[in-house]
Write a protein that binds this ligand. Structure first.
Ligand code: NAP
Length: 286
């Protein structure tokens, strides 16, 4: 396992990478280069397109390749978990998206949890006063959302998914505060949802719309859509038109990048309006 040990190079500045297949369209380089530049840190962040059959070897030699850590994206997140020492968040989510070295070991975490929570804290302080949350979707993103909501002490988390069995499976895994619901029960649950989170791909560019009547939400509800293409989803537009507090998917994307940068380069960066504008402009080009 010698190759897994981080090497300290005296000649090359630290560099991290994003490992994916495909990985070309990621905004992560834009985000990390912005922080490296504005914090005056000499370092690098590159994209590494690695096919599934080469992922294990790539990670085994991560340090020898000169990397202090990595982000991991589709389809490697579950393998990344298995090949590293995961923290509680990565284990609960069942996937790792950030790798780094500590005490000679390859560690992993899932930063979607703090991306979700820190974005809500930034956009809608006090959101966690909600006693009932309604989470739509039971895929990978929903797992991170559930972990975060439970950690913050939300009493009842209604979890509705098109495929009901997946919602039931997550409720079994995450415990009594997660209450599985049928997809056609969403309408009836809206009036008690102090927090509504869309973790489905509905509303995403090229996907069907999320059919939901935001007028049925309580007056003090907070609405969070994880979809960020488009930035302003129909759900967020409807919630905004009602004067509800909202948090968008781009905010989560930016906040989830903070921890990796801190682990690799030693300084905790800020999610600034300048960074947001930079990534927004890039998303509009796509
Ligand atoms: P995933 O694991 O593939 O899960 C997709 C979810 O969407 C499942 O619950 C699926 O339901 C549901 N769904 C898909 N099509 C549907 C339809 N026509 N009607 C009803 N439900 C439908 O994907 P994921 O990784 O969780 O990602 C989900 C979304 O979150 C994506 O838009 C992704 O871009 C976004 N996301 C954003 C961030 C961020 O930082 N902002 C981070 C992670 C993910 P079934 O179980 O019935 O198939």
């Amino acid at each position: 396992m010698a190759e897994l040990t981080a090497m300290t190079s005296t000649t090359r500045p630290p560099a991290a990478c994003l490992i994916g297949w495909p990985a070309a369209h990621s905004r992560s380089p834009l985000i990390h280069h912005y922080w490296l530049r504005t914090l005056g840190i000499e370092g690098g962040y590159v994209i590494e397109a690695v096919p599934p059959d080469e992922f294990g070897d790539f990670v085994f030699r991560l340090s020898l390749r000169g990397f202090v850590g990595a982000n991991v994206t589709i389809p490697h997140k579950e393998r990344a978990l298995a090949l590293s020492k995961p923290d509680a968040r990565a284990r609960a989510v069942g996937a790792a998206n950030t790798l780094w070295f500590a005490d000679g070991e390859l560690r992993s975490t899932n930063t979607d949890v703090e991306g979700f929570i820190n974005n809500l804290d930034a956009c809608a302080p006090g959101w966690d006063k909600a006693e009932d949350a309604l989470v739509l979707g039971a895929g990978g993103a929903a797992r991170a959302v559930l972990f975060g909501l439970i950690e913050r002490g939300i009493k009842r988390i209604h979890l509705a998914n098109r495929t009901a069995a997946r919602a039931r499976a997550l409720a079994d895994q995450f415990g009594a505060s997660v209450l599985p619901a049928q997809w056609d029960a969403v309408d009836a649950l809206l009036p008690r949802a102090g927090l509504l989170v869309n973790t489905t791909s509905l509303g995403m560019h090229g996907q069907p719309a999320l059919e939901l009547d935001a007028a049925r939400l309580p007056q003090n509800a907070v609405v969070n859509d994880l979809v960020y293409v488009p930035l302003q989803t129909p759900l967020l537009a409807a919630a905004g038109a009602r004067g509800l507090q909202t948090a968008d998917g781009l905010g989560m994307l930016l906040h989830q990048a903070v921890r990796g940068f801190e682990l690799w380069f030693g300084k905790r960066p800020q999610v600034t309006s300048e960074l947001r504008a930079l990534v927004e402009a890039d998303l509009k080009k796509a």
